[in-house]
Ligand binder design. Sequence first.
Ligand code: SAH
Length: 232
Amino acid sequence: MSTSSQSIGSSNSEFRLPRQRMVERLRDHYGIKSERVLRAMLDVPRHLFVPEALSSRAYGDHALPIAAGQTISQPYIVARMTELLESDERSRVLEIGAGSGYQTAVLASAAGQVYSIERIAELAREAQARIRSLNIYNATVKCFDGTLGWSAHAPYDGVLVAAGGPHVPEPLLAQLKIGGKLVIPTGETREAQRLVRVVRTENGYEHEDHGACAFVPLIGRYGWESNPENKN
Ligand code: SAH
């Protein structure tokens, strides 16, 4: 267990029971097998990442609204995407779409170093503050267009995109290590996607389909155009 998750665990006994039930559901109903991921889901206090009025619903089997019209993903999606990255304590991971910072905290527990990008300044600031207040020091959140990747820290063992784009952004493929894994929802419309995992091999990139999903849109240079009408 990393230092960060130990300090989270010891300072966080609130909502322990609902969190344990959530982890049982992930294991027994959803078939999440990675002990590393299940432990991370048990460690991170999800209720601190949702609006206070919704904290009693934080461990339910659903996504919830956060600020700026965005959402915190359903626990299953967070666990599944993290599992697909197959990270360990040596992994350097890039996350696009920090949102509340919840997935960032889960990644920080499951991987070695996490670089996270969020395009909405208010969310990036709050996500970073939550991460720090939980004494997580191996994750950083910055505000810019994540479809460009973050070349300063590349190449990455894992890239996790938490918003749905029309295709896999080129810069993210280029910033992946050989053997590295990229997980992203992609689809022809803004509303519905397939969860795709791309594995970089010596010879190129292998794409796998991991089923239907629905994320908020990935907005940026290699994503969808911004749409002022719904403030995305
Ligand atoms: N994983 C998050 C959920 C994020 S919702 C959580 O656990 O709370 C998806 C986020 O992606 C939104 O906050 C949205 O603003 C952000 N986003 C969309 N396009 C982006 C881009 N090009 N770069 C960075 N963030 C982006």
